[in-house]
Design a protein around this ligand. Structure first.
Ligand SMILES: [Cu+2]
Length: 158
């Protein structure tokens, strides 16, 4: 009981102290609307300093970055099958994430950091097979279309 209270206090303390967060993405055989072999979120908005963690909720998945489909200087990552993997976001831009066995079926996700779309062309040129490529294209379009309005004085006044 004491440890639960303690960890709650730490969580509350850290949420006030630092803005970085851990974003947890599930690797699923089926999501709540019945899509198969899928990440629980496909368009993942994050900020520099956040940790993105992929968890093996269902078996037979992994998560990894794709050569050329991440911001320059962002470290690549490759999770093992059936294992959680996490990485710390250090650069603004787009990162494509795929599940190696299911990428051709469309098990991919796009991490959008700081709303940076400057490396979209490189991500589109990266080798991602089948439906994975089509979904990455759609996610980039979605990221463009749903880009949050830049923080302006208008935001702060509201
Ligand atoms: Cu998979």
């Amino acid at each position: 009981m004491r440890s639960i209270l303690f960890s709650t206090a730490v969580l509350i303390g850290s949420s006030f102290g630092a803005f970085a967060e851990t974003i947890e993405i599930k690797m699923l055989n089926k999501n709540h609307v019945g899509d198969r072999m899928i990440f629980s979120e496909e368009l993942i908005r994050a900020e520099v300093g956040d940790v993105i963690r992929f968890v093996p909720t269902d078996k037979s998945h992994n998560a990894q970055s794709v050569k050329g489909a991440l911001p320059e200087d962002q470290e690549a990552f490759k999770g093992k099958m059936n294992k959680a993997v996490e990485y710390t976001v250090t650069e603004a831009g787009l990162t494509a994430v795929v599940c190696l066995p299911h990428q051709a079926m469309g098990m991919v996700a796009l991490v959008v950091v700081g709303n940076g779309l400057s490396n979209a062309e490189q991500v589109l040129d990266a080798r991602i097979p089948g439906k994975g490529k089509a979904k990455i294209e759609a996610l980039i379009e979605e990221a463009r279309a749903t880009a949050p309005v830049a923080e302006t004085s208008a935001d702060q006044n509201s």
